[in-house]
Unconditional design. Structure first.
Length: 202
């Protein structure tokens, strides 16, 4: 196996950055970038901490973040598994990276920046879903924002229904848990999961 050892070796292979690849990066949201992000109900949130990296899915009804201004995004932390991996990382290292997906579009949006976890009562109260509120808000200050080349989603045909995988052919959540913990009660978990999730969405 031949391993790349230096930046110079890597740049020899990937030479010739297209003008558009550099020109697309802005320090704050343009009107068009804001429109794209506000159209996204789902994103991946990447964080880093002493234990390593974490990448967490985040989704919401409508836009998954609120644009406070052209340099600030607000991400409500809705109900989850209480592992708080992302929040633990942010408290100790504010660097974050976000990737937004828009159903039907092959263009993704990326944001790199810094974040804090806020429990300001007025801010929390400003988010409400089904008469419930998030326990905290991740406040993200944009360092750079840009759109991503569509080739990856085009290759994957991510939005092509003919390429969708039948969930019945995949392991259930209970099966995945039982594979990690042999004595886990897979049947009960799978039987109760759908009802539990729908009752604790927010």
């Amino acid at each position: 196996m031949t391993i790349i050892q230096t930046v110079e070796q890597l740049r020899e292979i990937y030479s010739g950055v297209a003008e558009a690849s550099v020109a697309k990066v802005t320090k704050t949201l343009t009107a068009e970038y804001r429109q794209m992000i506000e159209a996204s109900p789902f994103m991946a949130l990447a964080t880093v901490g002493p234990e390593g990296l974490d990448c967490s899915p985040r989704g919401d009804a409508g836009s998954c973040v609120r644009v406070q201004d052209n340099a600030t995004l607000l991400l409500p932390d809705w109900r989850g598994n209480n592992r708080i991996d992302s929040l633990l990382n942010i408290v100790r290292d504010p660097r974050v990276a976000l990737m937004f997906l828009i159903p039907g579009s092959n263009t993704t949006m990326r944001v790199n920046g810094r974040a804090v976890v806020s429990v300001d009562p007025r801010l929390i109260e400003s988010f409400e879903m089904d008469r419930r509120h998030p326990r905290s808000i991740v406040v993200i200050t944009i360092g750079e924002v840009y759109f991503q080349c569509a080739r990856a989603l085009m290759r994957a045909e991510l939005w092509n229904p003919e390429r969708f995988v039948d969930p019945a052919k995949l392991p259930t959540s209970g099966a995945l848990l039982k594979a990690a913990k042999a004595d886990f009660d897979q049947e009960t978990y799978d039987r109760e999961w759908a009802g539990r999730a729908s009752a604790t969405m927010w």
